[in-house]
Design a protein around this ligand. Sequence first.
Ligand code: NAD
Ligand code: ZN
Length: 276
Amino acid sequence: LTAGHGRDSAVLALGGGVTGDLAGFVAATFLRGLPLVQLPTTLLAMIDSSVGGKTGVDTPAGKNLVGSFHQPRLVLADLDTLSTLPAKELRSGMAEAIKHGAIADADYFAVIERDAQVLLRLDREKMCRLIERSVQIKAAVVEADEREGGLRKTLNFGHTIGHAIEAHSRFQLLHGESIAIGMVVEAEVGEQMGITQKGTAKQLRMLLQRIGLPFRVPSTFSLDAIMDLTRVDKKARGGRVEYALLEQVGKCSVGAGSYGTPVPDEVAQEALARAL
Ligand SMILES: NC(=O)c1ccc[n+]([C@@H]2O[C@H](COP(=O)([O-])OP(=O)(O)OC[C@H]3O[C@@H](n4cnc5c(N)ncnc54)[C@H](O)[C@@H]3O)[C@@H](O)[C@H]2O)c1
Ligand SMILES: [Zn+2]
């Protein structure tokens, strides 16, 4: 505002998901909306956060409680930027790719299983295909349901528990690390409720281990605090916490019809305890 930018300006978000979410939120609200270009430089931002138009900022009360939908005019991902990305951040991004496979494409999940090591070494062609497939999956979901009335909820697989874990760690755990643990816990929840095929949590654990992502809740974490944080999550409706659950790897559960399944606290707490 002090620089005198007007409606003839545009916002370019060059960086990871945090930059994209913040710059996107500024673009969504500055003078009630400026054009936005996403220039993602982390794997996570390339395959997930730069696509789909969700923008927002984190607050101590929880993740993504303040935000807006604002679609970018353009997303430009330059794979060369990944060469300077710390390995831990690269692995964090892989968690969202695993999520895309888990919710929508068992073959893609299998490709990640097969190529895990090569991908972590940044094989250019394989990484390019991974980004392409993840963006296809996410874009197709968002095109079908931009405002999260139904299908888009499937992208929240691993995120009800994952966001709570991320906030509980005071953002010391990376987003991808948190949702890696979240996916395992939520697969356990689904298995316990008879919705998710038995063995799915194990399949996820094995792939996460191969990538070098965490799959256990750190023993110092308070399960009660995590449960409390799931309740402030925006997906909690009328006191009930909704989860996006899998039927099996590659297929989401439609739940009660809109891809969200209310989960009793005892079931979630037990699944968390089992993931310690
Ligand atoms: N809007 C959405 O739809 C959506 C989806 C998924 C995740 N997110 C959000 O995205 C955030 C995570 O994004 P992230 O994983 O990109 O984290 P990040 O933006 O914090 O970036 C990770 C780190 O890497 C650095 N970095 C970025 N690019 C680099 C490069 N090319 N080389 C070296 N260092 C580089 C950053 O400075 C930062 O320290 C979370 O807050 C999450 O909630 C949003
Ligand atoms: Zn995510």
